[in-house]
Design a protein around this ligand. Sequence first.
Ligand code: ZN
Ligand code: CU
Length: 483
Amino acid sequence: MVTDSITADILLKNGLVIDGGGGQAFAADVAIKDDVIVAIGPELMIEAREVVDVTGLVVAPGFIDVHTHDDLICITQPDMTPKISQGVTTVVAGNCGISAPLLRFEDAVAEPFNLLGAREDFAYDTFADYRRAVEAAAPRVNVAALVGHSALRVVAMDDLERPADAAQRARMDALLQDALDEGALGLSSGVFYAPAQAADVAELQGLAHTVAKAGGVYTAHIRDEREGIIEALKEAFEVASTGPAPLILSHHKCAGVRNWGRAAETLGLIDHTRQKQPVYLDCYPYTAGSTIIRPDLADGEIEILINWSEPHPEMGGRTLKSIAEEWGLTEPEAAERLQPGGASYFQMAESDMRAILSHACCMIGSDGLPHDTLPHPRLWGAFPRVLGHYARDLGLMTLEAAVHKMTGLAAQTFRLKDRGRIAVGMKADVTVFDAGTILDLATYEAPTQAARGVAHVFVNGVLAWSDGGPTPQRAGRFLRRAA
Ligand code: ZN
Ligand code: CU
């Protein structure tokens, strides 16, 4: 489309556009005015304040990290370097039942909320307060947020070891509705974690129904990703079955050596269920997961790398096995002594992960833990790793399919209506990268390294990252659920 009546702010010249819809790349210029994409086409004859030559580079929608725990880091460290350096322009916070608004802690931050930040960072009594704090911080990327079921439980219940009673359910529902009214994307749950383990289907169903009525989404960190995975998946399907809200299975995986090779079975069940209700997945491109230190996960069969430990900070970067040997303890005993803390668990088979990653309904979510001192490398590397290692080098999927997973599919599923596509009228979140060189550089040993190959990143039409570093401007916004 050629529109010569407009004067653009930025003209990206001679790029290869991958528009996020999954279709084939095409050569075109892209023009941006204010925060909107205003023209796309070959050799656009448009005046622009700034012309950027992107010959040989891909022009894609800014990546959407659908699974994050960036609730508080986007306020305390608004530069968001781990994300913007990957080409991510929007993060979805509040996953796994763990969200920050409404919570305050008098002493230590309770697990697993300690994955999000320090005690003083939990300072928002309402979802609206939280939204205003994000807006005031002006993070470098856009932030959208889910409401964590575990957080609702902590606020509404005095005894977390039981299913909620009618009054407690009504209280959680009112808190959720209030957050939805303020623009929350939906609900997340994490019945895998202690604060929500006692929740039953009825308790979750009520909340999922409220989300469905509001046009939101429901994301679930299921109860068991190991031997009990089929029952756990069925539980999530049942919770989401009452309404039209899409269910997103968080960081789908077959965890534990005894469970390896079962991705075909879980994906088969998911495909079957998709004939009746909307189900999607997110996944990070690694064979290790990462969460708090949990002795019950130390099964002696998988390798566990300690990322941080409050009582034993000197053990960060060492394996649980070596620590247990040094202390003359079993691995679960050593894990107990290291708590509270975080660890990476090498619990997935590469072939299962690849099958999941390449599934048509799987999006990319880093699940990065920004508060960890030695974080799992997914925090800094998930997106370039999919594009460089898995799409380009291994040919696991086309580059267009990889971009679709991290843009168009994500925006559509999470109902971010004017993001995720290079199209006229869409918000100008744009990532320009070199398809030939893009690659993650973060490793388990040196995890806080920016990826290479991300040339320019625009957030709401503002250049936010260029030539390997941040620009002076931050233009991220709080994104409300689309009506
Ligand atoms: Zn999770
Ligand atoms: Cu998570």
